[in-house]
Each structure stands twice: as C-alpha cells, then as structure tokens.
Design a protein around this ligand. Sequence first.
Ligand SMILES: [Zn+2]
Length: 212
Amino acid sequence: MILLAQTLLTLSQMMAACATRTAALGIGPAVVEPLYLLFCMSLSKTCFHFSPIRTSLAPMKTPTLNSTFMDLALEQARAAEMRGEVPIGCVVVKDGSVLSSAGNRTLELNDPTAHAEVLAIREAGKKLSSQRLEGCDLYVTLEPCPMCAAAISFARIRRLYYGAGDAKGGGVDHGVRFYSSPTCHHTPDVYSGLAETDSATMLKAFFQGKRD
Ligand SMILES: [Zn+2]
C-alpha cells in the first residue's frame, strides 16, 4: 500500500509538472488527459478507477486539468441562481476552447427543456453550423437528467464531465441510465466528481432556501 501511495504521489507530482510544461507549450488537457489515462491503465488497474465508458476522477483528486472548465460551469450555475433558476451550469469545449456556456433558464423562457446542457448544445451547434458536436466535451455541474443525457448522445459529445450525482433526477448513473440503454447509439466517455462538493452545496442551499 505504501508503495502504491508513493507511486500515486509521484504520479500526481509528475502530472502537475507536466500540466505546467504542456500549458507553456500550448498543449491543452484534450491532449494530456488521454495520455494520462493510458499511462494510469498501464501502471495498474487499481491506481485509477477507469473504464472506457465511465471514469471517476474523485478518488485521485487530480481534476486540475479540467477544473477551469468546470469553474466556468459553476459560474454559469451561480448566474442561474441569481436569476432565480435552479443553479446548474454547463460549458461546451472544443480543442481546449469554450464554444458555448449556459445556465438553466426554464423560468425565464417558460420552457421546461431550457436546461443548461440543452442551451449550451444548441449554441455550440449554431457556432459549428452542425447538429453534431464531434470532438466536443461537455462540462456540467450536476448529473444530466434523462432528457439532457439523450441530447448529449444525439449531439455526439465526446466526453461528459459532471459534478454532483443526482439520485432523484439523474439519467446517467441513476434512473434510466440512458447510456446503458440498447436504444442509445452514441455513448460519451463519462467523468464524474469534478467540483462535486461546490455543485452539491450550491444546489442544497438553493432548495433549502426554497423550503424556508
Ligand atoms: Zn436536463
């Protein structure tokens, strides 16, 4: 165990140094992260909870490569809260740059489908002039609901990163588990647990405020 812990510590230090150097070279997380995952897999199946479909970054506490994008999603969630909406935010990223961002606007637009993910996907599609967001990654503060999970699949999103799990309304790791459905024709790689505490705390405070 000590050896494993030392290996993980060394790996984390290497990744921190690597991230700094690759950032200086203009190489973004889209390049570094897959190499990191492959490296982890080659080391040991136990060092990183990885599957081709679903990966949790939480145990390693090394989501720093993606925290900037999740931070932006959290900003969208806070902005949504300021508008009186459920605080959920989303960012779509392509080639290391933000393509679109949105927070929930169901109340403002009188539209039950105006979830952060749907709005961000629509905006990204307009920018790319395409209904398919090939090579795009989506960051959202809460586990997508079944509707958004399906929209993410239809949009051919490459990777889905979400913050807090949603046992009551989620459609990825809870409920219908859309990506495990035989009717699902595109499954993004799923990463959970980024900024999980921040997202969950914000939502909890929001709903607590509604009850008070
Ligand atoms: Zn949704």
